[in-house]
Ligand binder design. Structure first.
Ligand SMILES: Cc1cc2nc3c(=O)[nH]c(=O)nc-3n(C[C@H](O)[C@H](O)[C@H](O)COP(=O)(O)OP(=O)(O)OC[C@H]3O[C@@H](n4cnc5c(N)ncnc54)[C@H](O)[C@@H]3O)c2cc1C
Length: 427
């Protein structure tokens, strides 16, 4: 198998042939289309079979490279298709891989063949950036019918911002499980949202409305009004419900909560988002450089815009900074890939490194691209320059853990593991 070398010098385990096929496939993606057409593009892309819904676990190198190559188009396409893609492959399929039982994981094959799309319903109106920490959607076990009844008890509990929520046939929905009146915590359900006849009963959908960028992606709010789903929809690798006598919750692996395992998807998501931010920035700088190298400018002698000192300095600084970050994110990716393939939870130090990589990559990218916009002049106001898609980085900032919330979490975890001052003298 041939290997491809990334800019940061890290060898990738994907064949050159596959790479060329993927580049060709994603070069056909368009963003000036309706969200239905955009969804159709993803259906077709997954039906090529070039990237399997299970590659996140069995071939993570391919999974990350596919994300990176797609992000190269972000300054032209904006964030819509990239988000649609990562929600389907990482958040939706990745959650099934993380907490689904053998049978449920097997379903991914059929989903891919049929070209079905999946959403990930975690965020709620009240939760926002604290999604996952706050889950007020309820899934109540009905022992009589052996179904779960999914309800949004109030407006704040309605799912919010759900990508491809207006087109997806399926969703992984996170809800607080109740069995025989007892709360069992957040669990994930792989449920149908639409069949051939349209939306399933007792689920209401609304459009989040027009965005600054990425309108080729549909974002929905979703309210559940007692939607009934069968027992097998509970992703039950780590916990299940035993029917009879009102139902009993059975934890299959001691010490592992379902929510902690759903949260595993955030690690691969954070690495993918970090790469997306850096790749967007590299490409925007490349596109701008191609313009400034040929733009004549009076400095006070005839020269090119690239030679204006502040721009020249920024190009150098951006290149050095991006190289460092690419190496850092590359190293996080490599270590995470080992954990994914061995089905292990990343050690704490790696979890922290991944969170830091995601924060650094998105915040540094926002800073560099904003400076570039200030320094390049009127060009930044023109259409098709990539600058109009800079809100791609806004999405990187809050996706898979908002920068501020992640920083607070990192600080909290540090405080928790530190010993009180002077404690060694008191022992
Ligand atoms: C295009 C798009 C696609 C998305 N796709 C999905 C999806 O498919 N599935 C899904 O589940 N979710 C999805 N989301 C939701 C996303 O992951 C975030 O959860 C959501 O955008 C955060 O919403 P908010 O900015 O309104 O949050 P808010 O909670 O209202 O936060 C607003 C701001 O306040 C600050 N803030 C809030 N609370 C605190 C606090 N306690 N301490 C300090 N600062 C705070 C934050 O820094 C943030 O910048 C998507 C969002 C968008 C925009």
């Amino acid at each position: 198998m041939a290997t491809h070398t990334q800019p940061c010098g890290k060898a990738m385990a994907v064949s050159e042939e596959w790479r060329q096929q993927w580049i060709e496939a994603v070069s056909k993606i368009r963003s000036n289309v309706s969200y239905e057409e955009s969804a159709q593009q993803l259906r077709s892309l997954q039906q090529t079979g070039l990237l399997k819904l299970t590659d996140l676990k069995y071939n993570p190198g391919k999974f990350f490279e596919a994300h990176r190559l797609l992000a190269r188009h972000a300054p032209n396409l904006g964030p819509g298709f990239w988000i649609r893609f990562t929600v389907h492959y990482n958040l939706f399929a990745g959650s099934v891989l993380a907490v689904g039982n053998e049978q449920q994981v097997k379903q991914l094959e059929e989903i891919q063949q049929k070209g079905f799309l999946g959403c990930f319903g975690l965020t709620e109106k009240l939760a926002g950036v604290n999604s996952g920490g706050v889950v007020n959607t309820i899934a109540e076990w009905d022992d009589q019918t052996q179904e779960f009844v999914i309800t949004s008890p109030e407006v704040g509990a309605q799912k919010n911002w759900i990508s491809q929520g207006l087109v997806g046939e399926l969703a992984v929905v996170v809800a607080d499980l109740r069995v025989a009146g007892k709360r069992c915590g957040a669990h994930a359900f792989l449920m149908e949202l639409r069949d051939a006849k349209g939306p399933v009963p007792n689920v209401e959908f609304g459009d989040m409305g027009r965005k600054t960028v990425g309108n080729d992606l549909d974002n929905a709010w979703i309210a559940f009004h007692g939607a009934r789903v069968p027992r097998h929809t509970l992703l039950s690798r780590y916990g299940d419900v035993q029917p009879g006598n009102g139902g009993t919750y059975v934890s299959k692996v001691k010490g592992l909560t379902n929510m902690a395992m759903i949260g595993q998807r955030l690690f691969s998501g954070r690495v993918a988002v970090a790469w997306a931010a850096l790749t967007f920035t590299r490409k925007l700088f490349e596109m701008t450089r191609a313009y400034s190298d040929h733009k004549k400018c009076w400095i006070p002698k005839n020269s090119t815009l690239t030679e204006v000192p502040q721009l020249q300095h920024l190009y150098l600084r951006a290149d050095e900074t991006l190289k460092k970050l690419e190496n850092f994110v590359g190293s996080c990716e490599k270590q995470l890939s080992d954990c994914l393939q061995k089905d292990e939870i990343p050690p704490m130090a790696l979890q922290e490194a991944i969170a830091s990589a995601k924060i650094l990559a998105s915040e540094t990218s926002i800073d560099l691209c904003f400076r570039l916009k200030q320094d390049v002049g009127s060009h930044a106001l023109m259409g098709d320059t990539g600058f109009e898609q800079m809100d791609f980085l806004q999405a990187c900032k809050f996706a898979e853990g908002d920068s501020r919330i992640l920083m607070q979490k990192l600080a909290r975890d540090r405080v928790r593991i530190s010993s009180p001052l002077g404690s060694s003298f008191l022992d």
